[in-house]
Design a protein around this ligand. Sequence first.
Ligand SMILES: [Fe+2]
Length: 191
Amino acid sequence: MTLLTVWDENDASAPELQTRDAQVITDVLSTLGARFSRWELKELSAEPTQEEVLSAYRDEIDAVNAAQGYTLVDVVSIVDDNSPEYLEQAATARQKFLSEHRHDDDEDRFFARGSGVFYLRAGGKVNAVFCEAGDLISVPANTTHWFDMGTRPEYVSVRFFHDDDGWIGNFTGSEIAKDFATYDELASVSA
Ligand SMILES: [Fe+2]
């Protein structure tokens, strides 16, 4: 179940708030300009193609595109088959956005399967949203954030784009991400 953890950005030791209440999560994120909602999960095959996922959530995706003006969507997925290739792919993918960064475009993500944690740093707080299957979250453009998919990621997720370049990470150089609870640590709370 989705879990929001909020810390003071200077104190990663004890959260100021930790909640699974979807309305509270929605309200806290809205103060940051971030949208959060839940979609009813659809049946998908064991290793769904991009077309299958986009087709299953066509109506929901069309609504987001219409509201936010997105022109491109794609599906990214990773399956844990315990192979060396998986472990290498997982480590590379995890590292990519594990450090604090910003994008010129909004970062909308729908989790059709699996989970991941978005950490939004704003107003002196770090807001960690442990997203689960069915969650749609948006990180507003230029919001300082990082993302942790964990050491054994498994997910099927939909990404939304306004153009080809909006998703390039502009890294801040801050090491703050290392101070806060990781995906793996939050997963044990979230379970
Ligand atoms: Fe990002």
